[in-house]
Design a protein around this ligand. Structure first.
Ligand code: GDP
Length: 196
């Protein structure tokens, strides 16, 4: 998928700085440490495209990348337990502004750790996405980690949760950046977005 066609464009802290809405875009959201940077890097085939920020809660920027004809938008990780209330509120405002203000956003990918399933903070983001009428698709990350029986339980939990959210796409994608699992599937979904 768009091999070699991905560049970091800019990081923005408010909607003032976002690039003109001259391309369709997709975005990636997830809790801090869910494996978002690793997945973006694996998808784009670049080693350090999304800086794997291991200082949770530090990156409060929306990072814009190009991906072939699309924009790929890396939203700041959320749910860091020690994040100060002010940071959380700022993040929520930015996310709301982003979701409400981007008509070219085709789909949000909501990353969920395959070991943990959907947590309360994820539910809150899902509610926000529902309210914004942005179609979103759950991507389970680190699928190489849990035992199969635990993974089956998480998948069941996620499917149950998705059925209660009107803007959620019913099919989830199972991935492992480490093993390469599901990357072809995700690339095909993204390529379909690029076609319109
Ligand atoms: P981010 O904070 O969401 O950007 O998460 P990172 O991509 O920085 O990953 C957080 C941690 O999870 C790192 O230690 C990664 O090496 C690890 N990780 C990410 N993806 C995978 C995966 O597919 N499998 C395994 N086993 N570990 C992963």
């Amino acid at each position: 998928l768009f091999a070699g066609q991905s560049e970091f464009l800019k990081g923005v802290v408010s909607m003032d700085g976002v690039p003109p809405a001259d391309r369709l875009e997709i975005c990636f959201a997830g809790r801090s440490n869910v494996g978002k940077s690793s997945l973006i890097n694996a998808l784009t085939g670049r080693k350090a495209l999304a800086r794997a920020s291991n200082t949770p809660g530090r990156t409060q920027e929306i990072n814009y990348f190009t991906l072939g004809p699309l924009y790929l938008v890396d939203l700041p990780g959320y749910g860091y337990a020690e994040a100060p209330v002010a940071v959380v509120e700022k993040w929520q405002r930015l996310l709301k502004a982003y979701l409400a203000g981007r008509a070219t956003l085709r789909r949000a990918f909501l990353l969920i750790d395959a070991r943990h399933g959907i947590k309360k903070v994820d539910e809150e983001i899902m509610d926000l996405l529902d309210a914004s009428a942005v179609t979103y698709q759950v991507v389970l990350t680190k699928a190489d980690k849990p035992l199969q029986k635990d993974l089956d339980k998480v998948i069941e939990q996620v499917r149950g949760a998705l059925s209660k959210h009107p803007a959620a796409y019913p099919e989830l994608v199972l991935t492992s950046s480490e093993k390469g699992t599901g990357l072809a599937t995700l690339r095909a979904i993204i390529a379909a977005m690029a076609r319109g």
